[in-house]
Design a protein around this ligand. Sequence first.
Ligand SMILES: [Fe+2]
Length: 206
Amino acid sequence: MATLAFNRQEIAARLLKPALLEMDGISRAAVEAHYKLYEGYVSKRNEILARLGEVDLGSANQVYSELRALKVELSFAVGGIKNHEIYFEHLGGGGGAPDGAIAALLERDFGSVQAWRDDLKASGMAGRGWAWTAYDWDELRLFNYIGDAQNTFPIWNATPLIALDVYEHAYFLDYQTDRASYIEAFFANLDWDVVNDWVARYELEV
Ligand SMILES: [Fe+2]
């Protein structure tokens, strides 16, 4: 029987929600191009796992080895998948003020929804790839984290609930270098019902 370590099953890209092609402020062309990048992460993840099945473990080396290269780049591919699945899933909504449990959590952990928003926007301006609002299960609170690449800088035992993609591919087509305006469009298209579903699924207590 296969153990998890030997499970190299392929995964498929999730389908794009139709609402993502009808957003205000983030164009259909930008989303379609962005989705292709996501499909690329899925395909490379599958390819790397297949290659890992054949790799020579005896030649593992920290300076360079096939095992090292494959495992480092696997973290980039898997990060790209996870980040984008959150990103696409929680867009396509009406934005505005959050309600329900997520609103209460944001108020509790940031002081106010506006303070959370200001901090996430600034984190997005300061990051080179991502800013996430994540729940830290050890500190039992939300925090806005920065990521530069798909595989930096995750915090163990924290669960992202909001994923703001600030790679240039996310906005250059619509906003050139005006990242701040793109971040406003991101907020305006957030689907708070999706985020509240995740809060319920993770059983986060306010
Ligand atoms: Fe992206």
